[in-house]
Write a protein that binds this ligand. Structure first.
Ligand SMILES: Cc1cc2nc3c(=O)[nH]c(=O)nc-3n(C[C@H](O)[C@H](O)[C@H](O)COP(=O)(O)OP(=O)(O)OC[C@H]3O[C@@H](n4cnc5c(N)ncnc54)[C@H](O)[C@@H]3O)c2cc1C
Length: 426
């Protein structure tokens, strides 16, 4: 049984991405008791799936490692993974959060030696790589996963493979009898840091993501470039495995369009500009960016200028009408450019759709919670939510820098709430 102590001076943080981790650690380092609830088997969220960060082109692993060290060193933070808040009742300073914890089937004896993974045959689509690869039925979610523990895929439980995994473990770390648990926690303040999910590219029918294998999304492209990713860092066409050299990026794929995703995510332009640098690293690599307008906000303008100066990158001002496919499996982008009004039908090796960021909590907020959600599904920090606050991409589509700033701000607000509780009781 999971044993967690919580009082109405405790802060619960829902979502353990960079925003949730930041909010939890800031509050814990200020001396508050914090419970961090994350639905994946590890913390870090979607930045763990990025190859590099704009604008500095550094690796996310560095910041992640710092935060993991902070979490390990701080007894005020309790991390519950594979857990979700399914209900929340009460009011500021006095909430009850109902938390459901799914079985990992691996206990804290795990040394991450990998013997269970070697022992099993079953394979499943790897969500971490957006289905571009498979993982074994016993797996480490990704190389830097924290907590550093393996997981058994629930679809393997009850099969001979599950028994093989158990037999292979020398540390008695596999517990096939683990059950789902539900616990109620008393807390004073709540921070929602549930982040974002990529807009479903298959909904943008004219672009054929669900029909043409060599049309992929920006988040998949990010995984491909990672040397530890599904293609070992090579940009390979899913259709035939050939290396792609001539790569097109379509901006606002579905975004700023009332048929799909109305809002501008602001990040996608910078993400594609960053991804052109991945292409330019290749000897014969070249990029073409199809755009309505480039939104490189604030100091990111310098980054845009650098990419514009790269002769391996060209820009076509146009919202493509559709994509077709030629006989060699090349996606062909069709449209009219808005600078010369010329029709084009341009074949490329690979097309990357810069999809927008949707709030992941959209349509998934536990019932009964009184909280202001805006027309795009993001949580508004408008002062009417009592002791519930939203950090990072739960509140808006943000880059990491802004997400972390917003997380620190919400930690301070939550601290004020529990301080008031402590004051009224003292
Ligand atoms: C293609 C692309 C490239 C990008 N590249 C960059 C870049 O180079 N530089 C940059 O600054 N930004 C970049 N970004 C933006 C960056 O990914 C976000 O700023 C960052 O992920 C925000 O972190 P977050 O913690 O708010 O959200 P997330 O990373 O989404 O984390 C949210 C966490 O909450 C968990 N969660 C969700 N719902 C629940 C629930 N109900 N219960 C419990 N847990 C839950 C999720 O599993 C996840 O772990 C990029 C975005 C895209 C689309």
């Amino acid at each position: 049984m999971t044993d967690v102590v919580a009082t109405n001076e405790t802060i619960i943080v829902v979502g353990g991405g960079i925003s949730g981790m930041t909010a939890a650690l800031e509050a814990a380092e200020a001396g508050k008791q914090v419970i961090l609830v994350e639905k994946r088997p590890y913390v870090g969220g979607r930045i763990t799936q990025l190859y590099k960060y704009f604008p500095k082109l550094c690796f996310p692993t560095c910041g992640l490692e710092i935060n993991q060290r902070r979490a390990k060193a701080n007894p005020n933070v309790t991390i519950l993974t594979m857990a979700e808040v399914s209900g929340l009742s009460g009011s500021e300073g006095d909430y009850t959060a109902t938390v459901n914890i799914s079985p990992r089937y691996v206990n804290e004896n795990c040394t991450a030696c990998g013997a269970c993974e070697d022992a099993v045959e079953a394979e499943f689509d790897d969500e971490y790589n957006y289905g571009l690869s498979k993982h074994k039925g016993a797996f480490r979610p990704y190389r830097m996963a924290y907590p550093e523990r393996f997981v058994l895929d629930p679809r393997m439980i009850g099969t001979p493979d599950a028994d093989k995994a158990k037999e292979a473990c020398k540390y008695d770390a596999i517990d096939l009898d683990m059950q789902e648990e539900t616990i109620d926690l008393k807390v004073g303040a709540v921070i929602y840091a549930t982040g974002w999910r990529p807009y479903d590219a298959a909904k943008i029918q004219p672009y054929g993501y669900d029909r043409y294998p060599n049309v992929i999304s920006s988040v998949e492209f990010e995984r491909m470039k990672d040397p530890m990713g599904p293609t070992g860092g090579k940009i390979l066409r899913p259709g035939d495995g050939k290396e792609a050299k001539d790569i097109a990026f379509i901006q606002c794929a579905g975004s700023r369009d009332r048929n799909y995703l109305k809002h501008c995510s602001r990040i996608c332009c910078m993400a594609s500009l960053k991804q052109t640098t991945y292409v330019s690293e290749m000897e014969d690599g070249k990029s073409t960016v199809y755009y309505i307008d480039i939104r490189a906000i604030d100091r990111f303008e310098d980054f845009y200028r650098k990419v514009q100066a790269d002769e391996k990158v060209s820009f076509i001002k146009s919202k493509p009408a559709n994509i077709t496919q030629d006989k060699d499996g090349n996606p062909v982008i069709n449209g009219v450019d808005t600078e010369g009004y010329h029709r084009y039908a341009n074949p490329h090796d690979l097309v990357v759709l810069a999809v927008g960021m949707e709030p992941s909590i959209k349509g998934a907020m536990p019932e009964g919670i009184e909280i202001t959600i805006n027309e795009h599904g993001f949580i508004e920090n408008d002062g009417s939510n009592g002791g519930i606050f939203a950090a990072g991409c739960a509140s808006d589509a943000l880059d990491v820098n802004r997400a972390v700033q917003s997380a620190t701000a919400t930690a301070l607000k939550a601290i004020q709430v529990v301080n008031r509780v402590a004051g009224s009781e003292g």
